[in-house]
Write a protein that binds this ligand. Structure first.
Ligand SMILES: NC(=O)c1ccc[n+]([C@@H]2O[C@H](COP(=O)([O-])OP(=O)(O)OC[C@H]3O[C@@H](n4cnc5c(N)ncnc54)[C@H](OP(=O)(O)O)[C@@H]3O)[C@@H](O)[C@H]2O)c1
Length: 430
């Protein structure tokens, strides 16, 4: 079905008139669609397929009142003829302008647009609150995993301590392939061949996409507005297959982890590759999947997982939001007293060093680590002729202290390459 076909269909479909001052047909709920690409076209098909089921649930039959693309449809006409607007254009403008106009006109808005939310979320949430309408965005954060709904509704009364998330399916697929022995380049090419990575994968592999999603999740869980540029992030581009292989010997698996947690009276939000022990709930999430773990004293720990992206899957999350909006569930609450953002946090680390195989090398490294307060948890050593490869896991240490220790270790005359470090998440859930 093309966008123009949808628009034509919709010229007949609106059973009444839009919410902007005109009467609305009692049995029909008009939905205006902005964007008719991968997700938009899947949403239009799903809406048609599920209309009767939704009518049974809500008492009104959702009907597409029009679809906007770059070349077809009129935003104003779609707005005037709809009670809810589904924004699936992506990017900042004109999506922001359209969403603000829809909210100001008293229409519910559903969007899958993480870029827009992590840059202009507060402006949009405030516009929705003052207009008394819904702004919903389940599909923007963790694919089909209903973490937005769980955080803002089911866990609204829980004092969340920490969220760990695998919120980018592309990087999780690449890391899964690398764990099986592929190089980074081979794994990325396979992800592109199977449609899990875009031709330009830089947003995903740099960790920036995950950082945007963690900023949105942190806002929801901790009531603190977090801008994208306040989220430090590292990607997976520099990871090496041998690190993943050696780490397996230490019982560790590698994931790109987004973290948002209470730390030292503040909030730390960050994204980086991290090793997990096999008992961690996120350790078994492989392939193009997303998963989020929420921790709080009241609930201990909840983990949700599911497909990370894809047109039909994302459209299903958008449709869930539409049904919630039709049932008039609550919008995002006003911010709480914002927590200060904390940057220097403690973490366990895996450290990889190539050294000359000489007596005292391990002791010298251990001493420099000890001077920074680090203690070694486990060590694996492989002989490489005159050299040796040392892989170790250290107990939690402030990142600034780890950097200092690595700088000093890097100056040792028996080092054969710059030491590498990857964070290790220590928690085990059994
Ligand atoms: N694809 C996924 O798996 C996925 C998963 C989660 C979230 N999302 C989010 O969902 C949203 C849509 O993604 P998508 O993959 O469906 O994108 P897409 O395939 O590129 O489709 C974008 C649609 O928006 C239209 N559009 C672009 N600029 C426009 C403008 N200035 N005015 C009117 N229409 C315009 C395009 O029109 P033309 O048809 O004329 O080009 C196209 O129909 C994005 O926010 C994305 O981040 C996508």
């Amino acid at each position: 079905m093309s966008a123009s076909e949808t628009s034509q269909q919709s010229a007949v479909a609106p059973g009444g008139e839009g919410a902007s001052g005109k009467a609305v047909g009692s049995g029909v709920f008009n939905v205006g669609l902005l964007g008719f690409g991968t997700v938009g076209s899947a949403f239009a098909a799903l809406l048609q397929e599920r209309a009767a089921q939704i009518e049974a649930l809500t008492g009104r039959r959702p009907v597409l009142s029009g679809a906007l693309t770059r070349t077809s449809g009129s935003f104003q006409e779609i707005l005037d003829g709809s009670e809810a607007i589904v924004e699936l254009i992506g990017g900042i403008e004109p999506a922001r302008e359209y969403v603000l106009a829809a909210l100001a006109a008293g229409k519910h808005v559903i969007t899958a647009n993480k870029q827009l939310l992590c840059r202009h979320g507060e402006e949009l949430f405030e516009a929705a609150r003052s207009a008394g309408v819904q702004l919903r965005f389940e599909a923007a954060v963790a694919g089909v995993v209903p973490v937005v709904r769980i955080l803002s509704e089911s866990l609204a009364g829980a004092h969340v301590e920490r969220i760990h998330g695998i919120v980018n399916g592309t990087t999780n697929f690449v890391l899964t392939e690398m764990t099986s022995g592929s190089s980074y380049e081979q794994a990325l090419a396979e992800a592109q061949r199977r449609g899990f990575a875009e031709a330009d994968p830089s947003e995903d592999v740099s960790g920036r996409d995950a950082a945007a999603k963690m900023a949105i999740l942190a806002r929801l869980a901790f009531g603190t507005p977090v801008a994208l540029d306040q989220v430090p992030y590292e990607g997976i581009e520099h990871l090496q297959t041998d690190d993943l292989q050696y780490a397996r010997e230490l019982g560790l698996g590698l994931k790109l982890i987004g973290t948002a947690e209470r730390r030292d009276g503040g909030l730390s939000v960050r994204v980086h590759p991290a090793f997990l022990y096999s008992g961690h709930p996120l350790a078994s999430v492989n392939g193009p999947y997303n998963a989020v773990t929420v921790e709080s004293q009241a609930i201990t720990e909840i983990t949700m997982s599911g497909p990370g992206a894809g047109g039909p899957q994302t459209a299903s999350a958008v449709l869930g939001d539409l049904v919630s909006a039709m049932l008039a569930r609550p919008a995002v609450a006003a911010p709480l007293d914002p927590l200060p953002l904390v940057e220097d946090v403690e973490s366990g680390f895996y450290i990889h060093m190539d050294v000359a195989d000489r007596p005292g090398a391990l002791a010298a490294v251990a001493q420099l680590l000890g001077e920074q307060g680090a203690s070694i948890k486990s060590v694996v050593q492989h002989g490489l002729g005159d050299n040796a490869r040392l892989m170790m896991v250290i107990h939690p240490l402030l990142e600034s202290r780890l950097r200092e220790a690595l700088a000093r270790i890097g100056e040792l005359d028996f080092l054969r390459s710059t030491p590498r470090a990857i964070r290790v998440i220590e928690e085990e859930f059994t």
